[in-house]
Design a binder for this molecule. Structure first.
Ligand SMILES: [Zn+2]
Length: 101
């Protein structure tokens, strides 16, 4: 079955049906796992492995300068409040793995 969608120019676009992935394993088996679930688990494992070896990311507020500059008084600056003057923050996955600052 093809779905038909009108586009801005008035032409009708024909979109082929989405391929539906068959579950891995025998049909009717209790151990059948959906391929999307396998891909999600692999992506999570890669992300957590990345967080294990690279637990930090640069501070988005100060861009690793560790300084917060005053917008009112020219030249005045202090410690970045977002990262507390460290210049980096701990990634969510590293925090999940128990990494602290
Ligand atoms: Zn910062």
């Amino acid at each position: 079955m093809r779905r038909r969608l009108p586009c801005k120019s008035g032409r009708v676009l024909s979109i082929p049906p989405l391929p539906i992935a068959a579950p891995v394993g025998e049909a009717g088996s209790d151990l059948a796992v959906h391929p999307v679930l396998i891909v999600a688990v692999i992506a999570i494992v890669f992300y957590l492995a990345s967080c294990k070896f690279h637990p930090y990311m640069k501070c988005k507020a100060c861009n690793k300068s560790k300084e917060s500059h005053s917008t009112t008084f020219k030249g005045a600056f202090g410690k970045c409040r977002a990262c507390n003057g460290k210049g980096h923050s701990v990634r969510w996955g590293a925090r999940f793995l128990g990494h602290k600052d």
